[in-house]
Design a protein around this ligand. Structure first.
Ligand SMILES: [Zn+2]
Length: 218
């Protein structure tokens, strides 16, 4: 899943307006930010298998430390706790933790059964929506519209960056998402990993845009 995770980041702002959208983006895609690092270190494994699903050409052969439910819970607690230690806001820390954990459950809808429950167990979860491109677009697109809509209603622009920067960010996410359906299969795992790491740019973009918006009065 791609823009569905960002949608959760957008929506989370409504429940903790004091937290930057950049922080929420980081939380929502945290498991996908950890994963490329572990891939490059050779700790987790990916195989590129064109056609394995209608949407994604990836066989997530081994990724328990980034994408097991256990790991999701631990990462969620770590990020929530880190925020609490820095900012002393229990509610914001809780929303951040939930945002991190939401990633696993959204992934579980689209992935074929490849998401482990634990670090070592054999059981793997996945409802396999990626077998249907249309189903994936409808679900993920729908979630994105709702999440982006919530953010637009909960905040208002302070200046042009807040208005047009945000629109650019949303448009960029949608364009990159659409490109996944038409783009070429990546040549190797390293390209996949570095593409994954490039998502930090969206986090930085969101930090920047969010500084130019404020909570809506209502
Ligand atoms: Zn993921």
């Amino acid at each position: 899943m791609f823009i569905g995770h960002y949608a959760v980041g957008f929506a989370a702002k409504r429940f903790a307006p004091g937290v930057s959208l950049g922080t929420f983006f980081m939380a929502a895609i945290w498991l996908d930010l950890v994963w490329p690092v572990l891939l490059l270190l050779g700790i987790e494994q990916l195989k590129i298998v064109p056609g394995i699903t209608a949407v994604s050409p990836f066989d997530f052969a081994y990724y328990p430390f980034s994408h097991s439910l256990t790991a999701g819970i631990i990462w969620s607690a770590c990020l929530g706790l880190a925020y609490f230690i820095c900012r002393r806001s229990p509610l914001s820390a809780l929303v951040i933790g939930i945002t991190v954990l939401s990633h696993w459950f959204l992934d579980a809808i689209v992935h074929i059964p490849d998401l482990p429950l634990t670090f070592t167990g054999e059981e793997r979860i996945g409802l396999g929506l990626w077998n249907s491109a249309l189903g994936t677009i409808l679900l993920e697109g729908g979630i994105f519209v709702i999440g982006a809509g919530v953010y637009l209603r909960s905040t208002c622009p302070l200046d042009k960056i807040g208005r047009y920067g945000l629109l650019s960010l949303m448009l960029l996410l949608v364009m990159i998402y659409a490109g996944q359906f038409f783009g070429a299969v990546p040549p190797n795992e390293s390209v996949v990993a570095f593409t994954g790491l490039s998502q930090w740019l969206f986090v930085l973009f969101a930090f920047w845009v969010d500084r130019h918006r404020q909570a809506s009065a209502s």
